[in-house]
Design a protein around this ligand. Sequence first.
Ligand SMILES: Nc1ncnc2c1ncn2[C@@H]1O[C@H](COP(=O)(O)OP(=O)(O)O)[C@@H](O)[C@H]1O
Ligand SMILES: [Mg+2]
Length: 254
Amino acid sequence: MTALIQTYAVSKAYETFVALSDVSLKVESGELVSIVGPNGAGKTTLVNVLTGLLHPTSGRVEFKGHDIAGIGPVRLSKLGMARAFQLVHIFPALTVAETIATAVVSQTEKSLSLFASLSGDAAIRDRVREVASIFGLEGKLESEARLLSQGEKKLLDIASAFALVPEVILLDEPTSGVSTGDKHGIMRTLVDAAKKAGVKAIILIEHDMDLVAEYSSRIVALQEGRVLADLPPKEFFADADIVAAIVGKKPQGI
Ligand SMILES: Nc1ncnc2c1ncn2[C@@H]1O[C@H](COP(=O)(O)OP(=O)(O)O)[C@@H](O)[C@H]1O
Ligand SMILES: [Mg+2]
């Protein structure tokens, strides 16, 4: 069966600096793959290549068998991959309902001019309500995004990606800037939402090793642009050398 995502010997250089070297990996249906590694290891570059935002310098990146090098977010979301950004897409003056509606409207390929008459469009309103309720935001539909807590902003960002009905979702540190106590709640909510929404795979960049240990089916560790390890969590955390290279210490309770 064709993998959802597959890279073949992907390298990416920024002028003379090689940020990714020879990265080959595969993501199959049912997986939650975490990408870990110290700052500068190439995680964001890899996600930018996987989402067709950056052309690899060499190698190939495929989504469902399609070459997606540099295709950009709009065509990628039509193929079925969505990415949640680190709050970049949240416009502070839009309400929660308007933010989710923007994604719903783009998915349904209705013209943005319809946005003005959204309140008249019951189907869109129902869908917005449905997405909001999956993320526990149904009580906040009329709140402006800027008034949400940091955790709610994260959920709104992820909800907007889910509204695109993706098969694969990429999350670059979905819990950054959120208190430790709220991180698990956000992860739980988004993993449950993914199941409900029929998302087939999640790719997660995450620094919190407790979350990585708990939620990943596989961990890809990058070091200086190379794949140092590609292992299930048990084996990953059992290898003290790998763990030390990535985080310097073992997480609690593993
Ligand atoms: N646009 C760019 N131009 C030049 N160097 C870059 C650029 N983006 C990232 N880099 C460098 O590539 C390396 C990997 O960066 P990045 O992918 O952001 O790593 P990570 O997300 O793991 O911290 C870093 O050394 C970074 O300084
Ligand atoms: Mg990064």
